[in-house]
Design a binder for this molecule. Structure first.
Ligand code: ATP
Length: 307
């Protein structure tokens, strides 16, 4: 049976009149990677700070690893790891010194420190960098050091707030491989991101907008239940066609991808190909029904696309 690691009920956080998180209900199962996907300012960091016990909720309940927050925040501290958005280690200490500092904070004995630091340097490919100042490392190396520090005490639950916003695609891919390794060892991970490709790697995710959870589920479920059909249109004069399509009430969005338009049509329209071809006098072979992407889900459930 699956074990629930995080459960929130009607979680809210206000900053004055701003409702940063509103009535958030969600659950995360052990060993899964759960994503918060949303634009800047949608409340991802605020939610994570409440879940780590660093910020008091305005209302609602949080249960994590069988503990209640904020009451049990101190007991939770050793069970969780938190990698914040900005690199939060010391630039003027070496890689090894940074890890030693963190190990001391977590109360590892001298012998444990040496063994664990060596293990982390190996796991995250930092052996050659051990004596280099952290501040002089590349974005990808800093991020690996951040993950090594956050997992020093082998936490059961790891929070990662936009961990790959400063790294290139290759480093991002490698980083995710490390997350799946942790996952396989039983670590549960909650990660926030505004990258679609990153969100698509999660077992489950919630799409947040203006402090509100719009949808949640596995990427496949979200794509299946999207409530829209996706048609790609090949045509000339795509800029004009786009404006004309957007004026139709059946069309949720139209976005240009090179020489094609990707058009989201409401499911209430039973045959989107016939509909578009008739409306715009387009040849049938210029229209293709395609598989939805997570970006399509995002467009349909946020902003003007929300029905
Ligand atoms: N301490 C605070 N005081 C007042 N407003 C705050 C505070 N912390 C966050 N906010 C506001 O709450 C909203 C949500 O911010 P939050 O940082 O949680 O968003 P986010 O999705 O993590 O975005 P980003 O990726 O830019 O950090 C924003 O409007 C932000 O300005």
């Amino acid at each position: 049976m699956s074990e629930t690691v995080i459960k929130t009920t009607q979680l809210c956080r206000d900053f004055g009149s701003l409702k940063a998180i509103q009535n958030l209900d969600f659950e995360v199962e052990k060993g899964q990677i759960y994503g918060f996907l949303g634009p800047n300012g949608c409340g991802k960091t605020t939610a994570i700070r409440m879940l780590t016990g660093l910020l008091l909720p305005t209302a609602g309940d949080i249960e994590i690893l069988g503990l209640q927050l904020p009451r049990d925040a101190e007991k939770l501290r050793l069970k969780i790891g938190y990698m914040t958005q900005k690199f939060s280690l010391y630039d003027d200490l070496t890689v090894k010194e940074n890890l030693k500092f963190i190990a001391k904070i977590y109360g590892l004995s001298r012998r444990e420190q040496t063994a664990r630091i060596q293990e982390l340097l190996n796991t995250y490919g930092l052996e050659q960098k051990a004596d280099q100042l952290a501040g002089s490392m590349s974005g990808g190396q800093k991020q690996r050091l951040g993950l090594a520090a956050a997992t020093m005490h082998k936490p059961e639950l790891l929070f990662l707030d936009e961990p790959t916003s400063a790294v290139d695609p290759e480093n991002r891919r490698d980083f995710w491989e490390k997350l799946f390794d942790l996952c396989e060892q039983g670590t549960t991970i909650l990660v926030s991101t505004h990258y679609m490709d990153e969100a698509e790697r999660c077992h489950k995710l919630a799409i947040l907008e203006a402090g509100v959870k719009r949808v949640d589920g596995s990427p496949e479920q979200l794509m299946q239940n999207m409530g829209a059909q996706v048609v790609e249109v090949e045509s000339t004069s795509l800029r004009r066609l786009k404006q004309e399509l957007l004026a139709l009430p059946e069309v949720i969005s139209a976005a240009q991808l090179g020489s094609r338009l990707r058009v989201l049509v409401k499911t209430s329209c039973h045959d989107p190909i016939a509909f578009l071809s008739q409306k715009q006098s387009l040849a049938l072979d210029a229209l293709t029904l395609v598989r939805p992407s997570l970006e399509d889900v995002f467009v349909t459930c946020t902003g003007k696309g929300r029905q």
